[in-house]
Ligand binder design. Sequence first.
Ligand code: ADP
Ligand code: MG
Length: 234
Amino acid sequence: TEELLRKSDKLSVAGQLAAGLAHEIRNPLTSLRGFLQLLQNDVKGKQHYFDIMLSELDRINFIVSEFLVIAKPEAIHYKKSDLKDILQSVTALLETQAVLCDVELVLEFETESTELVCSEMHLKQLFINLVKNAMEAIEKNGQIKLTVSMQGYDGIRVRTEDNGCGIPEDRLKQLGEPFYTTKEKGTGLGLMMCFKIVEAHKGTMTIQSHLGEGTVIDVCLPTMTTGHYIKDWN
Ligand code: ADP
Ligand code: MG
């Protein structure tokens, strides 16, 4: 089961919406939060309600922030970078969490040439999201493997493999749609952000999955990208 996902139309609509709305939502949220905290001191015996209200507000804020990252009409800055450094810092960052989740996190290089023109910050976000999803899909005896290889003469492929729960075939199409999530605390924005980042780099992201066996996500990136700005596709 394989599907090459291209979501540019959906992304631009969602992006426009997000950029406009997210800012407008955050300001009143901040003021609501402030007044709630003030009230909290005056109202006795109802602390539990305040805790719920404050944590719900934080949740809204978190979702809006994730959406803002996707839609922020800011330029991506491209420079020559080493994918090896990027991926090593991603696995270092997630290593503790992996140990806690009883997941073995492996990074393998099948090529020596790992330089590419990219936005380091965005590629880190991309792979952090993919590895986090993989971790969340794993129940026990988890293994997540990142393999880097050449893709033709001018491309690099990063394959992220996990032995988690997998994705049903009829759901593959929905991946990357805003708010599509199967998790109780999920936002359904992670993969959308990933697609957006890959697209900005003029790469592709392909998802293959077998229910109950695991998921393979291939991110293919050109080594020389011609600088493409997020604002161009909003
Ligand atoms: P979230 O993680 O907040 O749910 P994402 O956009 O990151 O949102 O992922 C959307 C959905 O795609 C997840 O809820 C999950 O059902 C599915 N998914 C993504 N990655 C994997 C994976 N590696 N294994 C199984 N399911 C996955
Ligand atoms: Mg996610």
